[in-house]
Design a protein around this ligand. Structure first.
Ligand SMILES: Cc1ncc(COP(=O)(O)O)c(C=O)c1O
Length: 393
């Protein structure tokens, strides 16, 4: 396979297990390698010692993963009422769940009050004012928009001044005054710069903003430096800088990784159903934008590994089954020429693939499997045809 991007190839044991799974289950399906997730978690824990890790549920919300994270002392970050319900269902307690997100309606806050109030990340003065009115005893963090020129896809940059997230640095003072006049318990400040960040300089710039804010407005119990770690980012140096910063201000360090933990552990398995030539050379596969929207949404490049052999090679665009010309999962990839039914693994699909899947075109959500190291566990059944229709009157 030719690909400009560097990536980690599938572990041979996992690759063999994928072939076995494909002999039992219909494609497309997602498959996750738990030993790889564990290895990523250990790497993160080593880089960020004495840090509270809040796994971002949105990256991959399967209960089968959340329960395993809980067993390993990882907490969770949610951004919707549904994700909080999911976290409680997995067994997390109130003080192990942090709810972020730019819009929290009164109905949502009232529901949280009934089911158990998690910690809240407040994102605007309106959010702060509403929380102080409806949930006066909440434990909260204030999200800061550090107003930095973050380098990533426009849709993934949350720490730029023009993004919809957070309170600008100059508004932190008035926001804290408002919070302190209420009975809210302010735990600290939070930044999350964006997703798929590959430049440590972006984090260092964010850390400098937090340093200034903690000097001016601290002390606080907690410093939340967010997630967004790109798969190739060197976390060693970054973790030490983050820890030193939190320590300097006497705060406990929190981070919120999602993709870093699960992306590389997951694949989307699809079959090849033919080739076709228009003015480009297409390979027709049974997975597309309904199962993996990232190429279309962010121009994301997902490496592809063939699970078959052929010494003859050709270069293809991978065309999905949707009636949408943008439904192409990869472009210009060189692969062994496939026979009908040959299998491909689309890599780095452990994050924001299953969680962003849709029922567009009445496509059922695929099966999700977890390789435990010993065998396969079904962690989500393929959605039934009946389920596609059940909410309609
Ligand atoms: C507030 C917040 N924290 C953490 C994350 C996790 O980001 P990533 O999966 O890139 O680590 C996100 C993702 O969008 C987020 O919005």
């Amino acid at each position: 396979m030719s690909m400009s991007q560097s990536y980690t190839a599938l572990r041979p044991e996992f690759k063999e297990a994928l072939l076995e799974a494909a002999s039992q289950f219909e494609t497309p399906f997602y498959a996750y390698d738990w030993p790889t997730i564990q290895e990523r978690l250990e790497r993160l824990q080593k880089a960020f010692p004495q840090t509270e890790i809040f796994y971002a549920i949105k990256a991959n919300p399967r209960l089968g993963l959340l329960k395993r994270f809980l067993e390993r002392g990882v907490f969770v970050e949610a951004v919707s009422l549904g994700e909080v319900l999911r976290a409680y269902q997995a067994g997390f307690r109130r003080n192990e769940v942090l709810l972020n997100g730019p819009v929290k309606t009164p109905a949502m806050l009232e529901a949280l009050n009934r089911i158990g109030l998690p910690m809240l990340g407040l994102d605007s003065l309106a959010d702060l004012e509403r929380a102080s009115r409806l949930l006066p005893r909440a434990r909260v963090l204030l999200r800061v928009n550090p107003d930095l020129p973050i380098v990533t896809h426009d849709h993934l940059a949350t720490g730029r001044g023009e993004s919809k997230f957070g309170i600008l640095p100059e508004e932190v003072g008035p926001a804290l005054e408002l919070a302190r006049r209420s009975r809210l318990e302010v735990l600290g400040l939070h930044i999350h710069l964006g997703s798929a960040l590959e430049h440590p300089e972006d984090y260092q710039a964010g850390y400098r903003v937090m340093d200034g804010l903690y000097r001016t407005h601290g002390p606080f119990e907690v410093m939340n430096l967010g997630g967004g770690f790109g798969l190739g980012l060197d976390l060693g140096a970054l973790g030490a800088q983050a820890a030193a910063l939190a320590h300097k201000h006497g705060a406990e360090l929190w981070i919120e990784p999602g993709r870093y933990l699960v992306a590389e552990a997951g694949v989307l398995v699809t079959r090849c159903w033919g080739t076709k030539r228009t003015r480009r050379n297409y390979l027709l596969i049974d997975a597309g934008m309904s199962q993996l929207i990232r190429p279309m949404l962010y121009g994301a490049i997902h490496p592809v590994e063939p699970l078959y052999h052929n010494p003859r090679q050709a270069t293809y665009d991978l065309a999905g089954p949707a009636c949408e010309s943008g439904d192409v999962l990869a472009r210009d990839i060189t692969l062994p020429e496939p026979r009908e039914g040959d299998l491909l693994a689309i890599l780095q699909a452990g994050a924001y693939a299953g969680s962003m899947s849709s029922n567009y075109l009445d496509t059922p959500r695929p099966l999700e499997l977890l390789w435990t190291g010993q065998g396969w566990e079904v962690i989500r059944r393929r959605q039934s045809w009946e389920a596609l229709l059940e909410d309609e009157l």
